[in-house]
Ligand binder design. Structure first.
Ligand code: NAI
Length: 472
């Protein structure tokens, strides 16, 4: 192995969507590549304890709500639908296994060498890998890509105990729905896992420090989402800062402040979802002189180069939204730069999604951001209740909103609240990437009857010429 290793072009540390996709691209470009992963399975947070298992549970629990509350509207009569949580969890595990196994296969077909163990940079061009059995080997390489991701932020006054006070990792694996489930933080994780357990029978309360949920998304649509989730039974307390959680006999009591009031909340389980922080413990980056910013993120230039020659970084460990697809595209661009091509990422066209029902999706600027910046924009909106397919689906909740430059008509932002918003947002993201206008999108033929017609109608609404609604 040693002989071969001397000739490595790139070592990628971390096999999440950033790292493993970078490895595939490196393989495609003929670079001699090794991927180092400390965990047994490849795929990182996203595949093992994040995006994929949460979407498996979101889909299963959404089907349950359909069976219980919606099926009868379609004339489908189901007597007393119930949940077999153990089967639901096993299905989730099977999905994860299929995908992590698939990534391992992809490494083989792309001739990427996979090394299991903790990777530590000992010098520029040198990485040591310590396996779980304690053996260490040192490998030489021309380039190193750090893709070590992020971990949940812990509140000092509500430390994770893995049972009562938990992170998303444990909240994906409950063996029964907690009777009372308290969620701290109304971001993507809190809203998604709050939804899962609310659907499966828990009484869910979400405490959020800010006066709104889903920070970063369009405010109007976030407020509509909050209303929808409230009608599903989730209780929200905004402008409520959690100051501590005490656990006694397996029950938690959280203390929070709202204005001058002190509030207490009892729960069987508490999910702390107040954000994630970059993970670089044991990596040795500081020791070789890699610079970090004030938030402990690795500093890179637009080519993903750190200040140390031959060391690059991508994904959650650098600045920007902590999203799998952002990490993937950075991984590709970074490898292309290493291979002498010119890879880049367009940060104005990265969609963000919260997979509740309805789903909240957004790409580009929001209406509130445009206002704050004093930008001259026009807004077009179209509600799904005026879309034929949404009516046929009995799924009319939600709206599409476009923000376009008032002078050039270029689309600057698109925001969608709808059951399948995660799929619908791909079209506006691609139009933004191509620098298209609302007129371009409005003149594009969209199949009938589809939900995507509402996207076209919202684009037409920018010029007040939507067809199936009164324009104001
Ligand atoms: P987040 O940063 O999205 O939201 C955390 C929320 O907690 C904020 O609204 C914050 O104001 C609130 N908060 C902080 N301290 C608090 C306190 N003491 N009391 C009450 N509220 C408090 O973080 P989240 O949801 O944990 O997600 C972490 C990262 O993972 C994010 O970057 C997110 O984008 C990403 N992610 C993305 C998903 C997706 O794309 N669907 C799914 C899950 C995670």
């Amino acid at each position: 192995m040693g002989e071969n290793m001397d000739k490595l072009d790139v070592i990628i540390i971390g096999s999440g969507p950033g790292g493993y996709v970078a490895a595939i691209r490196a393989g495609q470009l003929g670079l001699k590549t090794a991927l180092i992963e400390k965990d047994k399975d490849l795929g990182g947070t996203c595949l093992n304890i994040g995006c994929i298992p949460s979407k498996a549970l979101l889909t299963s629990s959404d089907h349950f709500v359909f069976a219980k509350k919606e099926a009868a509207k379609h004339g489908i009569l189901l007597d007393n639908p119930r949940v077999d949580l153990s089967t639901m969890q096993k299905r989730k595990d099977k999905v994860v296994k299929a995908l992590t196994g698939g990534v391992r296969q992809l490494m083989k077909t792309n001739k990427v060498m996979v090394l299991e163990g903790m990777g530590t940079i000992t010098a520029p061009g040198k990485v040591s890998v310590k396996s779980s059995s304690g053996e260490t080997q040192e490998i030489e390489t021309k380039n190193i890509v750090i893709a070590t991701g992020s971990v949940p932020i812990e509140l000092p006054s509500a430390k994770f105990d893995g049972k009562t006070i938990v992170s998303s990792t444990e909240a994906l694996c409950f063996e029964e729905a907690p009777k009372k489930f308290l969620v701290i933080g109304a971001g993507a994780i809190g809203l998604e896992l709050g939804s899962v357990w609310n659907r499966l029978g828990s009484e869910v309360t979400i405490l959020e420090f800010l006066p709104r949920i889903a920070l970063g998304f369009d405010l109007e649509l976030s407020n509509l989402l909050q209303r929808a989730l409230t009608s599903q039974g989730i209780k929200f307390h905004l402008e409520t800062k959690v100051t501590g959680v005490k656990v006694e006999n397996g029950r938690a009591v959280a203390t929070a402040t709202k204005a001058n009031e002190t509030l207490t909340f009892e729960a069987d389980r508490v999910l702390v979802s107040v954000g994630r922080r970059p993970f670089s413990e044991g990596l040795g980056a500081e020791k070789v002189g890699v610079e970090f910013d004030e938030k402990k993120r690795i500093k890179v230039d637009k080519h993903f180069r750190t200040n140390v020659k031959g060391i690059f970084a991508i994904g959650d460990v650098i600045a920007g939204p902590m999203l799998a697809h952002k990490a993937e595209d950075e991984g590709i661009a970074c490898i292309e730069n290493i291979a002498g091509k010119s890879g880049h990422v367009n940060y104005d066209a990265i969609p963000g999604i919260i997979y509740t029902n309805p789903e909240l999706a957004g790409v580009g600027i929001t209406e509130d951001q445009a206002k704050e910046k004093g930008m001259n924009v026009r807004v077009g909106k179209f509600p799904f209740r005026a879309n034929g397919r949404a009516l046929a689906n009995e799924d009319v909740e939600g709206v599409v909103k476009f923000i376009a430059d008032a002078k050039t008509d270029r689309i600057l932002g698109a925001h969608i609240l709808q059951h399948t918003a995660s799929e619908l947002i791909a079209e506006p993201a691609s139009v933004i990437e191509f620098g298209g206008s609302s007129e371009d999108l409005g003149r594009t033929t969209h199949s009938h009857p589809t939900l995507s017609e509402a996207v076209k109608e919202a684009a037409l609404a920018v010029e007040k010429r939507a067809l199936h609604i009164m324009n104001r």
